[in-house]
Ligand binder design. Structure first.
Ligand code: AP5
Ligand code: ZN
Length: 217
């Protein structure tokens, strides 16, 4: 099973990815997590992307496409994978199409902007695993601690309100056009195109998971 999770910053892609990847036993490929790991490790890639990520802009298509192509050539991707936060621009989607990477489903998680600002203000993450929590809507068992390792949770640098607003505007400009891109492709060539599902992303985490389950059968 090969899936794309499409949605604004804070829509709940990472949250639902945890469920889907466990269910289908496929790896989560989060380009955001990969870039944050590179920054933390101080690699050449990390140094290149740090500033742009902290400002809420997008990293160049070529860097991302190379990173993803390398990642999906790994043996653990043989039975499928879930893209979280990729593709994020039309050239990224075209690179997959032209490279013959067949995707089974695109799941769009739709959440209005007002809700997003609140979600990201309360988000806490466990950087080593990518597990995400929310102080009110999805709290860890022990405040400030990861459920599995007990390690300290942190706030992401790009979750400050002004940066979130910039990320939302970048989303509407550069990523939202992928909604039409995949819908039109599915209308034109249902055989080759991924199946498109729109999920209403406001509701409890469990409600959204239920809709995801229904969409994937
Ligand atoms: P990335 O890490 O992909 O960030 P993002 O797309 O902005 O998405 P988020 O991780 O912020 O949100 P999410 O949808 O995963 O939500 P989550 O489940 O955590 O990218 C970061 C940066 O990397 C980009 O800005 C860019 O610079 C760069 N980058 C990455 N990929 C790139 C690419 N392909 N091309 C170019 N640049 C790229 O949930 C959010 C919060 O809400 C959590 O606290 C959660 O607990 C809570 N929550 C979840 N579901 C619910 C619910 N139903 N109700 C209430 N709260 C909920
Ligand atoms: Zn995420």
């Amino acid at each position: 099973m090969r899936l794309i999770l499409l949605g604004a910053p804070g829509a709940g892609k990472g949250t639902q990815a945890q469920y889907i990847c466990e269910q289908f036993k496929i790896p989560q490929i989060s380009t955001g997590d990969m870039l944050r790991a590179a920054i933390k490790d101080g690699t050449e890639l990390g140094l290149k992307v740090k500033e742009i990520m902290n400002s809420g802009g997008l990293v160049s298509d070529q860097i991302i496409i190379d990173l993803v192509k390398e990642r999906i050539s790994q043996p653990d991707c043989e039975n499928g994978f879930l893209f979280d936060g990729f593709p994020r621009t039309i050239p990224q989607a075209d690179a997959m199409k032209e490279g013959g990477v067949k995707i089974d489903h695109v799941l769009e998680i739709a959440v209005p902007d007002e809700e997003i600002v609140n979600r990201l203000a309360g988000r806490r993450v466990h950087p080593a695993s990518g597990r995400v929590y929310h102080v009110d809507h999805n709290p860890p068992k022990e405040p400030g601690k990861d459920d599995v390792t007990g390690e300290q949770l942190i706030q992401r640098e790009d979750d400050q309100e002004s940066t979130v607003r910039n990320r939302l505007s970048v989303y509407h400009d550069q990523t939202a056009p992928l909604v039409d891109y995949y819908q039109q492709w599915a209308d034109k060539d249902a055989e080759a195109a991924p199946q498109y599902h729109r999920i209403e992303g406001v509701g409890s985490v469990a409600d959204i998971t239920r809709q995801v389950k229904e969409a994937l059968g």
